[in-house]
Design a protein around this ligand. Structure first.
Ligand SMILES: Nc1nc(O)c(N)c(N[C@@H]2O[C@H](COP(=O)(O)O)[C@@H](O)[C@H]2O)n1
Ligand code: ZN
Length: 375
């Protein structure tokens, strides 16, 4: 392959990635995928996957290209599928359309595909290339990849704190530590997630509802409509079923309760309840995540108090922290970010700060845990 071809491949794949991002709020449990079809140096078709059950990115782009797809090069952010799922195999559609070359961002980790899509194309005499802008293609779908590769959802913990690392006054008063821009960013994090998860303490103490509020998203009308057409599932971890059915959380719409009490103690009528293992009224969080992944949950946003957020952190279940930092001191009587007692500095978990940016008057810090072995 010439250097010129490599540059062109990266150029068109960047456009396919841009298209895939249009599915940010709607595709799950499916991945976000974009596709561009190029013939004689011209884009003749573009497509992206909008939601599960609807056509994948490739048939959408093929429809846009029509007869011009014959002999063309197809750029797709994820390997074309080879299986009959809710929709027919895209690899077959590409073969039937007579495309000459297919360039993929990455292999599909779905065991039903896992290389068979590219293999099918190659067998049909189509020129193939994979791994173009792969790290960006992977970054599009952290939850889908984590679920396919590890049987767990991607867990993002959102926290909001003062400059002295406090989240609420001793009384519990916390509205609002951060400003409106940060709160809009939180709304978008909720919208992106498959599940927004919290604990009984937060729901009981703050009357939290954890809904996505259209007016606070700060998105254009079309995207807001997309977001509101598929709100995330709200999940409550409530080991002892302490939250009453008349709590605002339950009145705000469908919710799933994850508990560890015996089935006969569940709500007789009310929200769906999932029973997982637990000890002394404490839900085993890993089991809860495994159960969510089995239901096709890709991304979990944890918005909880120091106890539940601390438990996720201590058990090594967090993939990413998003921490909003406000220019305030709340003082030493205020509540800490995480309940995580540590004695020695040597035991302090190491995080890698991957991004830091201003959001209105506040700052948003993104950090990922560094595995102990690599510290
Ligand atoms: N290459 C590709 N493009 C898309 O637009 C896609 N949505 C996928 N998804 C893959 O197919 C599986 C879902 O299939 P159904 O929607 O049920 O037919 C998904 O798990 C991916 O492996 N791939
Ligand atoms: Zn497909």
């Amino acid at each position: 392959m010439t250097a010129e071809q490599a540059v062109l491949d990266a150029h068109y794949m960047a456009r396919a990635l841009e298209l895939a991002r249009k599915g940010l709020y709607t595709t799950h449990p499916n991945p976000r995928v974009g596709c561009v079809i190029v013939r004689d140096g011209q884009i003749v078709g573009e497509g992206w996957h909008e939601r599960t059950g609807e056509p994948h990115a490739e048939p959408n782009a093929l429809r846009a290209a029509g007869e011009k797809a014959r002999g063309a090069t197809v750029y797709v952010t994820l390997e074309p599928c080879s299986h009959h799922g809710r929709t027919p195999p895209c690899a077959d559609a590409l073969v039937s359309a007579g495309v000459a070359r297919v360039v993929a961002g990455m292999q599909d980790p779905n065991p039903e595909v896992a290389g068979r899509g590219m293999q099918r194309l190659a067998q049909a005499g189509i020129d193939i290339r994979s791994g173009v802008l792969e790290s960006q293609a992977r970054a599009l779908n952290p939850g889908f990849l984590k679920r396919m590769e590890h049987g767990l959802p991607f867990v993002r913990v959102k926290l909001a704190m003062s400059l002295d690392g406090r989240t609420a006054m001793a009384s519990g008063e916390s509205q609002w530590i951060t400003g409106p821009a940060a709160r809009a960013a939180v709304q978008r994090l909720r919208a992106e997630a498959s599940v927004v998860l919290t604990g009984a303490d937060t729901v009981l103490a703050d009357g939290a509802r954890l809904t996505v509020r259209a007016a606070e998203l700060g998105l254009d009308e079309e995207t807001t409509a997309l977001v509101m057409s598929r709100p995330p599932l709200r999940v409550l971890i409530d080991g002892r079923l302490r939250v009453p059915l008349n709590a605002p959380f339950f009145k705000a719409g469908p919710a799933l309760v994850i508990t560890c009490v015996t089935p006969e103690n569940q709500f007789p009528r009310g929200p769906e309840c999932l029973v997982v293992p637990g000890v002394e009224g404490q839900v085993d969080l890993r089991s809860a995540l495994v159960a969510l992944a089995a239901r096709g949950v890709n991304d979990v946003l944890v918005e909880a108090g120091p106890s539940l957020a601390g438990a996720f952190a201590q058990q090594g279940l967090v993939d990413e922290y998003v921490i909003f930092v406000a220019g305030k001191f709340l003082g030493s009587a205020a509540r800490p970010l995480l309940d995580w007692p540590l004695e020695k500095l040597a035991d302090a978990p190491q995080l890698k700060i991957t991004d830091m940016r201003a959001v209105g008057d506040d700052w948003r810090v993104t950090a990922i845990p560094v595995p102990a072995a690599s510290v």
